[in-house]
Design a protein around this ligand. Structure first.
Ligand SMILES: *Cc1c(COP(=O)(O)O)cnc(C)c1O
Length: 394
């Protein structure tokens, strides 16, 4: 029995061709021809005035924090249920993270709690579109505008997803994308910062190029380049942009495969979920999801552990997701305490993500579905594994 991984990166022939072309063209550093093609394509897909590739989603968020001039003592509102980089990018600049709990339906930040958490020191709100399902952006943007704080979308999961017909990533002042190997479109490690306010574009370009106007210089808009601002090096090699461009161009194929996997899970696990008190992902009617992830919310923490263990025995690599950030060592150092974000604390102990990638074969997915369907919630242990041929369930 072959193990089924949680994720398997997609390798495209075009990606290899493009990398060969990039090598032959001799521009291996950042901002070469393939980077420009990725920028143009992403700007078109998002309707954004400017998109800049970065070396990771983490770096896109760090670039956002630099651009917003986040200072020590500033506060940034972030969900407790997210990846560390959502928060770390702002903490690096000295900000204090203010953790907000999530909604129990979409697992996105609970916008109804924003008013209570905003203070005179709040500089930004960072909604994360969990599993690529849009946060309640109308409410978030209204509150943010009233308090004059910036909205930075962490759209690592949500490229090509929509909220009320608008692309995720086009709704905040800034938005971050990730092209890590676990995301829908990937070049191994990569990301992008989306600038939805044209007024941010010129400075973002400088911060991303070591604080210099080198990008202007290469366009012939300056006769020398020099140090203008703070900054760092956030440009990926054009080789990685070549790999990424091939994936972005194959988006229809990739998304169709992912949709197929998602719908098969949802269709074939629905009755089992109802029988076992398991909740499948919630996608509100006004959100179009980009098929990033398929998760199960089990009735109890014991069920989560037992299902993960059961699937591991079947050589199926299912995984949990985020541990509550406010209860991590860093989160506690900012005052996080048990009970602060009860929905996050609860969901974190009950969520299981199933293997999900465009190359997941029908046979492998059938094996996963069968293994899940053999699992009964409420059983305390699987101490005696069922013999491989004579399964306990029929
Ligand atoms: C993947 C991810 C990131 C970071 O992206 P990297 O490209 O791995 O740095 C940030 N936020 C969320 C929600 C993510 O899932």
């Amino acid at each position: 029995m072959q193990p089924i991984p949680f994720n398997r990166p997609l390798s495209l022939e075009t990606g290899l061709d493009y990398m060969r072309q990039a090598c032959a063209a001799g521009h291996l550093s950042g901002d070469g021809p393939f980077t420009h093609r990725c920028h143009a394509l992403l700007e078109e897909l998002l309707g954004a005035p400017r998109v800049l590739l970065t070396t990771s989603g983490t770096h896109a968020l760090e670039l956002a924090a630099l651009l917003l001039d986040i200072q020590p003592g500033d506060e940034v509102i972030v969900p407790a249920f997210t990846f560390v980089s959502t928060v770390n990018a702002f903490v690096l600049r000295g900000a204090r993270p203010v953790f907000i709990d999530i909604r129990s339906d979409t697992l996105n930040l609970d916008e109804r709690q924003l008013d209570d958490l905003l203070t005179a020191r709040t500089k930004a709100i960072v909604p994360v579109h969990y599993a690529g399902v849009g946060c309640e952006m109308d409410a978030i943007n209204t509150i943010a505008a009233r308090h004059e704080v910036a909205v930075v979308e962490d759209n690592a999961h949500g490229l090509l997803g929509k909220y009320r017909g608008q692309p995720l990533g086009s709704l905040g002042r800034l938005a971050a994308l990730s092209f890590h190997e676990t995301k829908n479109f990937s070049c191994g490690e990569g990301g992008a910062l989306i600038l939805n306010d044209p007024a941010d574009a010129a400075r973002a370009e400088v911060l991303r190029e070591k604080g210099t106007n080198r990008a202007q210089f290469f366009r012939g808009q300056a006769d020398k380049y020099t140090w203008l601002d703070v900054g760092s090096s956030f440009l990926p090699s054009d080789l990685l942009a070549a790999l990424l461009l091939a994936q972005l161009e194959a988006r229809a194929f990739i998304q169709e495969r992912r949709r197929h996997v998602w719908e098969r899970y949802a269709g074939q696990l629905q009755d089992w979920a109802e029988d076992n008190d398991v909740r499948l992902p919630t996608v509100p009617a006004h959100c179009a999801q980009p098929w990033h992830m398929f998760y199960l919310l089990l009735p109890t923490a014991a069920d989560q552990q037992a299902l993960l263990e059961h699937l591991r025995r079947e050589q199926i690599m299912a995984v949990f997701h985020y541990l509550p950030l406010h209860l991590s060592r860093m989160g506690r150092s900012f005052g996080g305490r048990a009970g602060d974000c009860p929905v996050t604390e609860d969901v974190s102990q009950r969520l299981v993500r199933l293997p999900f990638y465009p190359g997941l074969s029908e046979d492998d997915q059938a094996r996963i579905v069968e293994a899940v369907r053999c699992f009964r919630c409420g059983r305390r242990s699987f101490a005696v594994p069922p013999p491989p041929k004579a399964r306990a369930c029929g």
